[in-house]
Write a protein that binds this ligand. Structure first.
Ligand code: HEC
Ligand code: HEC
Length: 136
């Protein structure tokens, strides 16, 4: 009788564990959020390509993501990448347009494959602000 009780109790606990775990399945991670505020880069850019461009900015300017992106409001952890409140983001957009224009106008058409195109790195060389010469 005692043994039988034990079996019933263990059996009950086991089925409870099964029932509980059915409700606590590891959550499916949310799909990566699509960019919502691209004004210069192609809107259909892949996650992979966007990450590559952004890491390229970090390397070319010797900065971290927060140099151009604003922190999340209310002291929440992380960045609000879609936000435009960090003024460096719009500067970077203008720089992106300028760089594209220089390449299109002076390089791609005649020299494609011969002369290396201009990139952020060409001027910035790992610095947030390239060395500039002030004429007095
Ligand atoms: C030099 C400035 C700069 C740096 C550094 C930078 N970003 Fe960006 N980021 C931009 C700009 C500019 C855009 C918007 C491009 C556009 O309008 O087409 C952008 C857009 C994004 C977006 C898309 C947001 C949306 O919803 O539209 C993500 C995500 C992002 N950046 C992530 C990162 C990450 C992660 C890093 C660090 C690894 C990083 N960025 C570093 C300038 C920067
Ligand atoms: C032709 C040279 C050149 C290229 C190419 C270039 N930049 Fe710049 N960038 C500058 C100069 C010069 C300044 C400083 C402007 C000033 O002091 O007013 C600057 C300033 C900036 C700033 C503002 C930094 C600050 O702290 O004020 C950002 C952000 C920036 N560049 C991002 C970029 C990104 C991203 C790229 C590539 C898409 C890029 N730049 C390509 C020359 C360049």
């Amino acid at each position: 009788m005692l043994k039988l009780n034990k079996v019933i109790i263990i059996g009950t606990i086991a089925s409870l564990v099964v029932a509980i775990s059915a409700f606590t399945q590891p959550e499916i991670p949310p799909a990566k959020e699509k960019p919502t505020n691209l004004k210069v880069l192609p809107k259909n850019i892949s996650d992979e390509e966007l990450t590559k461009v952004m890491r390229g900015f970090n390397a070319a300017l010797g900065v971290k993501c927060g140099h151009c992106h604003a922190a999340k409001p209310n002291g929440e952890k992380g960045m609000d990448f879609a936000s435009d409140t960090n003024p460096n983001k719009d500067v970077a957009r203008a720089m992106l347009k300028m760089t594209n224009k220089i390449n299109k106008k002076y390089f791609n058409e005649k020299h494609e494959g011969i002369i290396q195109n201009i990139t952020c790195e060409t001027c910035h060389n790992g610095k947030a602000i390239p060395k500039t010469v002030a004429l007095k």
